[in-house]
Design a protein around this ligand. Structure first.
Ligand SMILES: Nc1ncnc2c1ncn2[C@@H]1O[C@H](COP(=O)(O)OP(=O)(O)OP(=O)(O)O)[C@@H](O)[C@H]1O
Ligand SMILES: [Mg+2]
Length: 573
């Protein structure tokens, strides 16, 4: 395609994807690495109820799913863990959200491995998770209404780590669609909300932060630590500007568990450890460990851990006391035994499980605050319940210029804030572009241009029969990385037309690159994120628009003459 002036203005059209009826209820789902919960708020009410899927407690349940051998759902949450530890039967999954933090290639093909080694598509595991939570939420919300409530009467919000790639976000949208939350994959009745931003909305920032001040939200969950930095524009209505693109890493509380796992491996040896992990006793041991981890204080008290589940898998004649002795000798540790199955560790030994993970969090925050100081740090997420982490973050960052705030129930902040975001989607007044976005175009070859001189032109026959050389794959930028994008920002290029005889459509291939500018879409840094194809004849022209929503980007191509429109869900591939 090449550029020429549009011959007719484009008529604006109603957005057919926005459902007309107001939602009866806004339901947010926080599918976390460690825990999953939902919260809801009925239209016209300001009461937010957080619930455990499958129960009535206002806390998350475990993100554990048990599938039958035929792939159907057997149980979810604490029930799944209980059932599996009682029977040892079925396909038991935990920690599967983390598989999405690094997806590349064909995300739909990513597999999750059950505890017994069997593999199932991650998409099936996650969509079954979301479906379960959806069904529970609808049951709960429907109780209060004479005719119940259906999925298409709800505004859904699904929380996602801010640092996830567009591909991972696309994966979650598809999983939500398969789970029946929405009837069309790109429906606006599903909003993807960034977890730390949701938490910020919940943290009463309007009360604490004054207009013009910046704040950081440090969402320390099970898998990821996710950090956003915003400046408050106004508190009523709440309007935020992004100061820096989100950042973070895999430094959540489950990485503390990983250190524990390594310790168990070192203690019992690889063979026994593999045997242990293939059984439900491992889950029991992790349960014991969870109690120790979550009650870890910053003082010098000793910690005791009941290892009795492990005794079940030790080979005949092997005693835990002997294993502990050997461990002490080889690692210079001073673990002690109480009875035949309880290990006593001193405070310094117990803190070592946390050290590496917590240091990574602090180092990263120091780096961020070095370039953008903030007036407040809100520490949220389940890991923020840790006294050890709270005291470390406070000791490093709390000062008269920067206050560290830990809200009440930090582990529910994401969920409650996500509901508020669903109700008021205009909270984010602007964002910082994560990538440079643009599309591939072709230009008539011009030997005077240095850029063209390095390309191999392609001779194309024009509608009037002329033969004209063209250079393909030229990157036409629409938005540059780091640009400040107001909410709902639309970047567009009009007047694009066909390049050769017989061409009946224009395919806008959309690319993202982390670099500020590139010349060609064939650049190694560029990734194609979607294609919008619109019918377009030789005497017509087309326009491409990228719309930057709250958390996602959609592309639309228009035929500027006929008004025909194509909207594409960016395919994230
Ligand atoms: N007092 C505590 N000390 C340490 N870790 C804790 C404490 N309380 C909860 N956790 C941990 O917090 C995690 C759950 O937090 P949260 O619910 O925020 O995570 P998530 O949303 O499941 O994970 P993510 O946001 O990374 O996907 C679990 O790993 C749990 O062990
Ligand atoms: Mg979380």
């Amino acid at each position: 395609m090449s550029k020429r002036k549009a011959s007719k203005p484009i008529l604006s059209q109603p957005d057919t994807k926005r459902p007309d009826a107001k939602p009866t209820v806004t339901i947010a789902i926080d599918f976390g690495t460690a825990g999953t919960g939902y919260a809801y708020c009925f239209a016209g009410s300001d009461v937010i109820e957080a619930k455990q899927p499958g129960g009535q407690d206002a806390r998350k349940t475990l993100t554990n799913i048990l599938l039958n051998d035929d792939g159907s759902l057997a149980a979810f949450g604490y029930d799944a863990r209980r059932q599996y530890s009682e029977t040892g039967e079925g396909l038991f999954f935990s920690n599967y959200k983390m598989l999405l933090s690094n997806v590349d290639g064909a995300a739909g093909e990513t597999m999750a491995q059950a505890l017994n080694g069997k593999r199932v598509r991650l998409m099936d595991v996650i969509s079954k998770t979301i479906k379960y939570v959806k069904d529970e939420a609808l049951k709960e919300c429907g109780r209060a209404l004479p005719n119940g409530v259906r999925a298409n009467e709800c505004q859904w919000v699904l929380t996602i780590p801010a640092i996830w790639s567009d591909k991972a976000k696309g994966f979650m949208r598809e999983a939500a669609y398969r789970a029946g939350l929405i009837e069309e994959q790109d429906s606006r009745r599903l909003l993807l909300a960034l977890e730390p931003e949701s938490a910020a909305i919940c943290c009463d920032i309007g009360q604490l932060v004054t207009a013009g001040q910046s704040f950081m939200v440090l969402d320390t969950g099970g898998g990821t630590v996710d950090i956003t930095m915003n400046r408050l524009q106004s508190s009523s209505p709440l309007r935020l500007h992004e100061v820096q693109a989100p950042s973070g890493g895999p430094w959540g509380s489950t990485f503390v568990d990983n250190r524990f796992e390594e310790f168990v491996g070192d203690l019992v040896g690889q063979k026994s450890f593999d045997a242990l992990k293939a059984t439900a006793y491992w889950i029991e041991l992790l349960e014991n460990w969870e109690n120790v981890k979550t009650s870890q204080t910053a003082d010098e008290s000793t910690r005791t851990l009941n290892f009795s589940p492990m005794l079940e898998v030790l080979e005949d004649g092997v005693k835990l006391t002997d294993l502990v002795d050997t461990y002490n000798k080889t690692h210079g540790a001073s673990l002690k035994m109480r009875g035949r199955s309880t290990i006593v560790m001193d405070a310094a030994f117990a803190r070592r499980f946390f050290k590496n993970t917590m240091e990574k969090i602090v180092t990263h925050c120091e780096h961020l605050l070095g370039s953008d100081p903030v007036s407040y740090i809100f520490l949220v997420g389940g890991f923020a319940e840790s006294e050890l982490l709270q005291s470390l973050i406070k000791s490093r960052f709390d000062s008269p210029r920067c206050k560290v705030i830990v809200p009440v129930r930090p582990s529910l902040a994401v969920l409650r804030g996500a509901v508020l975001f669903g109700v008021n989607q205009d909270v984010f007044a602007s964002r910082v572009a994560r990538f440079t976005y643009g599309f591939a175009t072709s230009c008539q070859y011009d030997p005077a241009l240095p850029l063209h001189s390095i390309a191999t032109p392609r001779v194309l026959e024009q509608a009037d029969g002329r033969k004209v050389p063209y250079v393909d794959d030229i990157f036409a930028p629409l938005v540059k990385v780091g640009d400040k994008l107001p909410a709902g920002h639309v970047a567009s290029r009009s007047g694009m037309c066909t390049v050769q005889k017989g061409q009946t459509e224009i395919g806008f291939r959309i690319y993202a690159t982390p670099l500020g500018s590139i010349n060609f879409t064939t650049d190694n840094s560029a990734r194609q994120i979607g294609t919008a194809t619109i019918a377009c004849k030789a005497d017509q022209s087309a326009e491409i628009k990228l719309e930057f929503g709250a958390t996602e980007i959609s592309a639309r191509a228009y035929n500027e003459i006929t008004g025909e429109k194509v909207q594409v869900q960016l395919r994230y591939d």
